[in-house]
Ligand binder design. Structure first.
Ligand code: DAH
Length: 338
């Protein structure tokens, strides 16, 4: 004969198995296992049973409760799995994904990164100085006389307080030497500003890498070796480098450098890329004056300096026809430098 508890269990399991959804399952859980559900009722009934029946019925009641609990959990798990399967049923995993647009570094930044990496391999450290400068750092300390045309208001942006936007990064030569005694081996990438008429090759803001190397016995040979190595790394091993005598107030002798390479304009033309020279003793003296010492004794130390136009280098290397493109933020242009 089946015990009523066994009957209760069989009914419960049948109803749970045929419950259509979570909602009905919850109602069944309350009906069988809830505080006033059938199983709890049986717990109450236990108290009034004769002593000798208690262990047998108690054991049965426990088994029934466990069986019903397990059945409800199993059924709930079924519902969860069904739901998950339904959620992904309509996803076609073979469809192509939504593409993300890839950004890229600005061509000038790429040029800068490449250049800096080459100089780093030769032991150059990075230096910097402010874009708003004093006349002293931009001109006087660089041996540029008061009547030099570069100092003209037509060429330089002056602020009301007499300071100016640096017209070249050579200011950082002075800043660096004011801060530290020799030896010095630095490059200083940064912006420079001139009151130029804007056209395809001129903008009021452009970018340079300044270089300065001061040590004992530095010669023009070191200058040539360093810049030739840099230019060959940048433009390729077949790059020819030409040093042309030139004039800069802060170097003596001074040169302009031209290169010819199959990577540039079909390798047909000499292209000017850089100004450079041996640091003028008057520059060392000016630095000593602001340092109030003799750290840069021109009898003991010599050095070379150079200034590379980044915009210009990028234009010739990437064959960019108009310098204004760098600042126009036109994705049709920028997208060509992935
Ligand atoms: N400052 C110069 C310019 O802007 C470039 C230059 C020439 C820098 C010779 C140097 C140098 O350090 O030695 O045109």
């Amino acid at each position: 004969m089946t015990h009523p508890l066994e009957q209760l269990r069989d009914d419960a399991l049948a109803q749970i198995a045929s419950s259509p959804d979570e909602h009905v399952l919850e109602i069944l859980r309350v009906k069988f296992l809830g505080r006033s559900g059938s199983v709890s009722e049986w717990s109450d009934k236990m108290k009034s049973l004769p002593k000798e029946e208690k262990p047998v019925v108690g054991k049965l009641l426990n088994e029934v409760r466990m069986a019903i609990t397990a059945a409800i959990e199993g059924r709930a798990e079924n519902f969860r799995a069904e739901k998950e399967a339904a959620a992904v049923a309509n996803i076609d995993l073979s469809l192509p994904g939504t593409p993300h647009e890839r950004g890229a570094l600005h061509p000038l930044t790429q040029m800068l990164d490449r250049s800096i990496a080459i100089f780093r391999r030769m032991g150059f450290a990075l230096a910097e100085g402010p874009d708003i400068e004093t006349e002293w750092h931009c001109f006087d300390a660089l041996n540029t006389p008061a009547d030099h045309p570069a100092r003209n208001e037509q060429d330089t942006f002056y602020l009301a307080d007499g300071r100016l936007l640096r017209t070249h990064t050579s200011t950082v030569q002075i800043r660096t030497m004011e801060l530290a005694p020799p030896p010095i081996r630095v490059i200083a990438p940064g912006a420079a500003y001139r009151r130029d008429e804007i056209d395809a090759t001129h903008t009021t803001q452009f970018h340079q890498i300044e270089g300065l190397y001061v040590d004992e016995n530095v010669s023009v040979a070191d200058l040539k070796g360093t810049l030739e190595f840099f230019l060959r790394e940048l433009f390729g091993a077949d790059t020819a480098v030409r040093f042309r005598p030139h004039y800069f107030p802060f170097t003596e002798p001074s040169f302009e450098i031209d290169v010819k390479s199959s990577a540039l304009k079909g390798g047909e033309q000499w292209v000017e890329v850089c100004g450079c020279g041996m640091v003028h003793p008057a520059v060392f003296e000016a630095v000593n004056q602001s340092r109030h010492d003799k750290a840069y004794d021109p009898e003991k130390w010599t050095g070379f300096a150079f200034g590379l136009g980044m915009d210009r280098l990028a234009m010739i290397l990437f064959d960019i026809p108009d310098i204004r493109l760098f600042a126009q933020n036109d994705l049709r242009f920028l997208g060509q430098f992935p």
